[in-house]
Structures are given as C-alpha cells and as structure tokens.
Ligand binder design. Structure first.
Ligand code: NAD
Length: 265
C-alpha cells in the first residue's frame, strides 16, 4: 500500500458490483490509504456493495437515489454524522430507460429525456453543491464519468449522449464556480467497458469490438485503467487541473477512420 491518499476521506457513488467503474477507482484509492464511504441505490444493491466495501476496509454505506433531492440531503446528513469533512467524491452514475438506448434519438420521450438528464447530469450539480459544503479550506476534488457519445454520434447511445454533453459542460461550470475554494471538478471519458449500465445499450458488443480494433492501443480499457487515472484526479498529483474531460479510451477519440489492419466485423 502506498500513501498518496493517506488522511483523505471520500464518497464513492455508483458502485453496483465488481465490474463497476466505481470499483476500479475505489480499489486504487484504498490501496493508497484513502478512507471510503459508499452510496448505493436501493436495498437490493446493499447486499452486493457491503462485501465489496468491507474488502476495502469500509463499513460506511449510505442509501441514496440521486434523482430525489431529499434522499441526497439525507445522504449528506448521514455522511456529516460520522465525518466532519470530505476531501473527494466519485460520481459514477448514469441511467436511462433501456428501451430508448436503441433505435433513434428522434424518438426520445419527454419523460425519459427529463429522467435521464436528472439522474445522469443534474445529479452531479446537486452532489457538488452538498459535497463542497463539507470540503475543507484546503479544497477538494470531484470526479465524474462520461463517454465519447457526448462528442460524436454513437448509434443507440441517443439521449444518454445528450445527457453526457450536459454533464461535461456542467464539469466546466462547476470547476469555475468552485475553483476559488480550490475544489477541482473533472471528468474521465472512459472507453466502452462491459458493466451493468453498459448492458442496457443496444449492440454494445459491436461498440466494444469496434473500439478494440480501431483504437491506437488496439485494446479496450479496463476498470483498472480508469482507476489509475481516477487516482490522479482525486489526489494532489493533479493539483493544477480542473474543468478537464480526460479520455481513458486507448486513444480512440483521436482516430478519424477505420484502421487499415482492422478486419470487417
Ligand atoms: P454500473 O452499472 O456499474 O454503475 C452505474 C451506477 O449508477 C450503478 O451503481 C447504479 O446503481 C447507479 N445509479 C443509476 N441510477 C441511480 C440513481 N437514481 N441513484 C443512485 N445511483 C444510481 O456501470 P458503469 O459503467 O460503471 O457506470 C458508471 C458511470 O460510468 C456511468 O456514468 C456511465 O455512464 C459511465 N461510463 C460507462 C462506460 C462503460 O462503457 N461502461 C463508459 C463511459 C462512461
């Protein structure tokens, strides 16, 4: 164990199982000495999250559905009841009705548009407000997860791409609002990874294969790859960095067309 995060306390939001991106980040943070609390959505997930938290030496679990402001208030009250301050937050949360993560964006319903925006974009704003109030004079770090579908059209990603665009712009506005208090806000734009959330996206296996064959590194990234970059953003190593959307995607975002050596799929 190293000591990069020694003495720092943070909240991990969005751990569902050991395939979650939040798990990749939490493991790296714990290995560097961070003290972690975990929020989860609904009792069904508590059974999965508790043993994982215990593996990282944490018994601090808080239920929180981020679409409900009173649930967020209660979650931060629970956090305050045990911790007097908070150094960092990982926001690894996104959701949309999977029936609209296939087909065409033009068919998005108003209800699902608003729900997707609330859970996947606004929740970062609501979390940043509450978390920043608990951060010390010396500052803090907030990290969220986004995807390339915010920048370019990815078939089936639809309303989630629009929500991620709002999330990325929120990162910039939040970074500017909270910067004077030395609170940094950044995003990692992760390449496709097989997780519970990703399984809702139509033809996800094709996206995975395409990225593997066409990214400069010629492979897909893992939750450990994202975890390493997460550690950088949440530690003092990135003390001069805020408002950034950082790609951890094997370089896929710099490629303009199919690679010559990529077979047809
Ligand atoms: P995951 O299914 O493991 O995690 C998603 C989490 O969001 C779950 O823990 C779920 O409980 C939580 N969540 C959904 N609605 C919620 C709500 N109302 N309140 C509280 N929590 C809620 O999947 P993941 O892929 O690890 O997703 C984490 C983040 O990474 C998401 O923002 C996702 O969009 C993003 N991301 C994923 C990929 C990928 O390919 N897997 C790529 C880039 C970005």
């Amino acid at each position: 164990m190293g000591g990069l995060m020694q003495g720092k306390r943070g909240l991990i939001m969005g751990l569902a199982n050991d395939k979650s991106i939040a798990w990749g980040i939490a493991k790296k943070l714990a290995a560097e000495g961070a003290e972690l609390a975990f929020s989860y959505q609904g009792e069904a997930l508590a059974k999965r999250v508790r043993p994982l938290a215990e593996q990282l030496g944490s018994d601090f679990l808080i239920e929180c559905d981020v679409s409900k402001m009173e649930a967020l208030d209660a979650a931060f009250d629970a956090l305050k009841s045990r911790w007097d301050q908070l150094d960092f937050v990982v926001h690894a949360i996104g959701f949309s009705d999977k029936s609209e993560l296939r087909g065409k964006y033009v068919d998005t319903s108003l209800d699902n548009f608003l729900m997707t925006m609330n859970i996947s974009a606004y929740s970062l704003v609501a979390v940043a407000k509450r978390a920043s109030e608990m951060m010390p004079e010396t500052g803090g770090s907030i990290l969220t997860l986004t995807y390339y579908g915010a920048e370019k059209v990815i078939p089936h990603y639809n309303v989630m791409g629009v929500a991620k665009a709002a999330l990325e712009t929120s990162v910039q506005y939040l970074a500017n609002d909270l910067g004077p208090r030395n609170i940094r806000v950044n995003a990692i734009s992760a390449g496709p990874i097989k997780t519970l959330a990703a399984s809702g996206i139509g033809d996800f296996r094709y996206i995975l294969k395409w990225n593997e064959l066409n990214s400069p590194l010629r492979r897909n990234v893992t939750i450990d790859d994202v975890g390493g970059s997460g550690l950088y953003f949440l530690s003092d190593l990135s003390s001069g960095v805020t408002g950034e959307v950082h790609h951890v995607d094997g370089g896929y975002h710099v490629v303009g067309m199919k690679q010559e050596d990529a077979p047809d799929i």
